[in-house]
Design a protein around this ligand. Structure first.
Ligand code: FEO
Ligand code: CA
Ligand code: CA
Length: 675
């Protein structure tokens, strides 16, 4: 692909890099509709044929609608710079970016140093989990004391360095001099990434607060990590830092997460590729290996230009993956290959080294969702690759789950599958196993490590189905169906934009769901339908085939989570470029909705401040406290407005720069959230 295309990044999405000829989800939905003879000009007729085809739970067709209660009144769409929740609910703001949690506990100031940032909560909160302080059982334990583990997806340099900014900066620009970048700014940026582990406790007044605790920890873009699974020790991850290919420094762009059945946390590495550059050329053209090119490693400057830090420190220079040595162990040509994985963290052991679990594949991992573990059965985890036309995967462990001995080692051996959706509502899981099917040495796959490092290329060869940007997944605890958000797919080429399907230029997104054959998550076949087609009233359908209403219109579903009662929580991320504008204007600021998956009812529960996305949701075990993240408030501020001091949001402080933060949501009557 041309260098220019690699270097164009849209907010929340990687540059499109899937050039394979595989079908994509829109084609399949259209084919399924055409086959049924219902694909007419109107969306209503078109969607009635396949939406909600499996809405009723198994064996429940004769019974009245059922499912969890939604006991709150919907809130309207909002463009206000504040958080709105239903009547009877209260909101507290907790751990905004910069909150001191460990070490010297330095107070937040706009001009904190890079070292101070490593002792404070990072920027841009995303996926998150509440671990009750007892630590043994993910479903039981304290609802008033626990470890909150929060991902920090990316940074906004203009707010991170507000005190130092000398000129107007756009969202993704860095303040850089002619002679390179300020190394302390680079350090601060790396330390604002990663994960925060922070003990929080509910006080007598009902408010939650940070508790100093030896388990409080920052994991950053510099923390040493172990590489595990089939890629460990392979030539693909040999670097100057780790000549034997077993270690790497840091995790980046941690979007959503997963919680293992043995109560550890997995942080996803999503849009990591743009953090690297590779300037290798042949005949004056970019010459990138497929394990860089297929993921969008840049050929010009990297996203934050860390490799340009003055002083040439090795930890910063490594973001230039160009060949400079005679051998892979002498340079950082392989550094990008150590990213794109799921990273396991034990929040209860602050000395533990995070582990990159390579058997789960390498792509733009949005997150990971585990099926409920069953004694003696394999561990199963689903994960989406969030970029246009990428795929949905699942991992099935080779060894069975045994509660007494289960550990992360279960994730090092197993089969990674990629999904193929058939037009008739069925689907299959295709194994990404070296030597099976087309994954042969003749086709460039000589080992399982090579398959995994090139997960996308392997999935291309298998004929996986190209999706509309898979984001979060969730498994219904009641009936085991798997739900995934497909956030949008505004395809760029005129040819693709002229498709006959009214959703061909899919700005609004949808939620797909499937049931594994025999309700066995390790099965290789499934049946699917669409739960909801998001959009404005005139261009949307709920699970009953009815248009969405003022109570629930939404666009760009992203975060997704089932609570213990099977309420489905849906969070939106309309990107900064389109939020509150044009066709996305009717949806206002990003929001969170709550759905009953059995009746198809959806109701808006929360709206956030200006410019942010709502992402990350979990409750305490008693479901009476909910944590939700507000990421990148004020991101819609233009460079000109930023220069003039006109910020569209000053949430949550009401002054200074806007800061990502966690919301603590409770009911004034102490009841279950949403019920
Ligand atoms: Fe990090 Fe796909 O959102
Ligand atoms: Ca997301
Ligand atoms: Ca998104």
């Amino acid at each position: 692909m041309a260098a220019r295309e690699h270097d164009m990044i849209e907010p929340g999405d990687e540059p499109m890099s899937n050039l394979s000829a595989n079908p994509y989800f829109g084609d399949i939905a259209a084919a399924r509709l055409s086959r049924r003879g219902v694909l007419a000009g109107s969306l209503g007729a078109a969607l009635a044929g396949f939406i909600g085809a499996g809405a009723a739970p198994r064996g429940a067709t004769a019974r009245p609608a059922e499912g969890p209660s939604l006991g709150f009144r919907a809130v309207p769409v909002s463009e206000a710079d504040t958080v709105v929740v239903p009547e009877g609910y209260a909101v507290q703001v907790l751990i905004p970016w910069g909150t001191p949690i460990t070490g010297d506990m330095p107070a937040w100031r706009p001009d904190n140093t890079g070292a101070e940032q490593a002792m404070q909560v990072g920027m841009h909160h995303d996926g998150m989990h509440f671990f009750p302080i007892e630590g043994q059982d993910p479903h039981r334990g304290s609802s008033e004391d626990g470890l909150l583990v929060v991902n920090h997806e990316y940074i906004e340099p203009r707010f991170l360095h507000a005190a130092a900014a000398e000129r107007p900066l756009g969202t993704d620009e860095v303040p850089a001099g002619e002679d390179g970048r300020d190394p302390d700014q680079v350090l601060k940026e790396l330390n604002a990434h990663g994960i925060s582990v922070v003990r929080i406790r509910k006080g007598a007044d009902g408010r939650w607060a940070v508790v100093p605790d030896p388990r409080n920890r920052r994991i950053t873009g510099l923390t040493e990590m172990e590489i595990a699974g089939p890629v460990r020790g392979s030539p693909f991850v040999r670097t100057r830092y780790s000549p034997d290919g077993t270690r790497v420094r840091g995790t980046l762009n941690n979007c959503a997460h997963g919680v293992t059945p043995w109560n550890t946390y997995l942080a996803a590495e999503e849009n990591w590729a743009g953090y690297f550059r590779n300037g290798d050329q042949q005949d004056q053209k970019p010459d990138l290996p497929r394990e860089h090119a297929r993921y969008g490693v840049r050929t010009g400057r990297s996203r934050y230009r860390w490799e340009e830090a003055r002083g040439g420190e090795d930890a910063f220079r490594r973001f230039d993956a160009s060949r400079t040595g005679a051998d892979a162990a002498e340079d950082y040509r392989n550094e990008p290959n150590a990213f794109g994985w799921m990273v396991e963290i034990d929040p209860f052991d602050p000395r533990s080294r995070p582990v990159k679990r390579t058997a789960l594949g390498r792509f733009a991992h949005e997150g990971v969702i585990f099926a409920p573990a069953r004694e003696g059965r394999p561990v199963v985890a689903y994960s989406g690759d969030d970029a246009r036309f990428e795929y949905i995967y699942k991992f099935v462990s080779a060894r069975p789950y045994q509660r007494a001995t289960a550990s992360g080692a279960l994730l090092d051996e197993g089969t990674l599958y990629v999904a193929r959706f058939h037009p008739d509502g069925s689907g299959e899981w295709l194994p990404l196993v070296q030597g099976v099917g087309p994954l042969t040495p003749a086709n460039g796959f000589r080992s399982q490590a090579e398959v995994l490092v090139n997960t996308r290329a392997a999935a291309d060869l298998l004929g996986a189905t190209k999706m509309d940007r898979p984001e979060w997944g969730a498994v219904d605890p009641r009936d085991g169906r798997v739900y995934f958000t497909l956030t949008n797919n505004t395809r760029r080429t005129p040819e693709q934009a002229e498709g006959p399907n009214p959703r061909a230029q899919n700005r609004f997104g949808q939620i797909v769901r499937w049931r594994e054959a025999d309700d066995d998550h390790a099965a290789t076949r499934f049946t699917w339908d669409l739960f909801v087609i998001a959009g404005p009233q005139e261009d949307s359908r709920d699970a009953n085939g009815a248009p969405l209403t003022a109570e629930n219109i939404f666009a760009c579903p992203d975060g997704l989570w089932f609570d213990a009662d099977s309420r489905l929580w849906i969070q939106t991320d309309i990107g900064e470029a389109e939020q509150n504008r044009g066709p996305l204007a009717p949806f206002g600021n990003n929001q969170m909705l709550c759905a009953n998956p059995y009746t198809g009812e959806i109701r808006r529960f929360l709206t956030g401040p200006v410019g942010q996305e709502i992402t990350g949701v979990v409750t305490t075990p008693d479901q009476r406290t909910m944590f939700v993240n507000v990421q990148h408030p004020g991101a819609t501020t233009t460079a000109e407005d930023f220069a003039a001091g006109r910020l569209v949001s000053r949430w949550p402080d009401g002054q200074g720069v806007p800061r990502s933060a966690t919301l603590v949501i409770t009911r004034q009557d102490g009841g279950v959230i949403g019920a």
